[in-house]
Design a protein. Structure first.
Length: 249
C-alpha cells in the first residue's frame, strides 16, 4: 500500500513502523531513544508526527506507530515543531551542556536562556535505551532508580554490579554519551567496575572482556566466544566462504 509523507508517496507494508518508512525514503525525523537494534521504546517523543487518517488528525510517535492503512503524514508541521521545541527545552534544562541536545536545541530555536536550570555535568536524558540494551543482553545490571528530580540510571546502590560483564552495550547505544567507559592499558572501566580486556588472537587489539566472552560462549556457543575482534571475525568468515566457494566450483 501507499502512504504520503510530507507530500511524498511511499510504499509501506501493513504493520511497518512509520519511522522506518520515512527513513527508507530519506525523510528526516529526529530521534534520541530509537535504535534499529532495540526498537519500540518511544520514550523521548522527538519523533512525533502528525497524521491524517480518514479525515481525523492526530499526533503519534512514529517509532512505535504501525501503519494500518493509507494515511497522510506531516513530519515538520507547525504543531510538530512546537511539540519538539517544548521537549527540547525540557531536555536542555536537564542536560544544558550536552552537545547532542544543544545541536537539536539550536535547530528548533530553543533560546540559550530558559526559566529552568539543571546540572551542568548531567548528560543523561533518562531515555531508557541503555537499560533496554542491558536487559536484552540478559545482564540487567543497570536500571532507573529513585523518582522525580533524583531519578537516574545506575547499578543497585551505585555499587559495582555482579551482573555487569563490561560489554559496553549501554554506552554504545547512549544518544548523549552520558555513560562513561574508559579503556587504558588493557583495562576497561564502566559503572565503577574494572575488567581485563582480552586481545584479539589475530590482530592483537584489546577488544572484549573475559566476562563478555564467557557470556557469549554460554549463550551463543563457542564460535561467538572466539577471541577475535569484529573486523578479524569478518575477515576469517570471508576466508571460509571463499574456501567453500572454491571447493564447490
Amino acid at each position: 500500500m501507499k502512504i504520503t509523507v510530507d507530500g511524498i508517496a511511499c510504499e509501506a507494508q501493513k504493520g511497518e513502523m512509520l519511522l522506518q518508512i520515512a527513513r527508507r525514503n530519506n525523510i528526516h525525523i529526529p530521534t534520541l531513544c530509537h535504535s534499529d537494534a532495540l526498537p519500540g521504546l518511544g520514550s523521548c517523543r522527538l519523533c512525533m508526527v502528525e497524521i491524517a487518517d480518514r479525515g481525523r488528525s492526530s499526533v503519534v510517535a512514529s517509532c512505535i506507530y504501525p501503519v494500518k492503512g493509507e494515511i497522510e503524514v506531516l513530519t515538520h508541521s507547525d504543531k510538530i515543531k512546537s511539540i519538539r521545541k517544548n521537549l527540547l527545552m525540557l531536555l536542555y534544562a536537564r542536560a544544558p551542556e550536552d552537545e547532542t541536545i544543544n545541536r537539536l536545541r539550536k535547530e528548533y530555536g530553543v533560546p540559550d536562556s530558559i526559566r529552568f536550570s539543571g546540572d551542568k555535568d548531567e548528560h543523561c536524558i533518562l531515555c531508557g535505551l541503555c537499560v533496554k540494551a542491558c536487559d536484552e543482553m540478559g545482564s540487567s545490571a543497570i536500571s532507573t532508580t529513585n523518582r522525580g528530580v533524583t531519578k537516574k540510571v545506575s547499578t543497585p546502590y551505585d555499587e559495582p554490579s555482579a551482573e555487569c560483564i563490561g560489554c559496553g552495550s549501554c554506552a554504545y547505544v547512549c544518544p548523549t554519551d552520558a555513560i562513561k567507559m574508559k579503556e587504558d592499558e588493557g583495562m576497561r572501566t564502566i559503572w565503577n567496575k574494572s575488567f581485563h580486556l582480552v586481545r584479539c588472537k589475530k590482530c592483537g587489539k584489546p577488544f572484549a572482556t573475559q566476562e563478555q566472552l564467557e557470556y557469549n560462549r554460554e549463550k551463543l556457543g563457542d564460535d561467538w566466544a572466539e577471541a577475535l575482534c569484529q573486523s578479524c571475525k569478518k575477515a576469517v568468515t570471508g576466508e571460509k566462504l571463499r574456501d567453500i566457494y572454491e571447493r564447490t566450483t
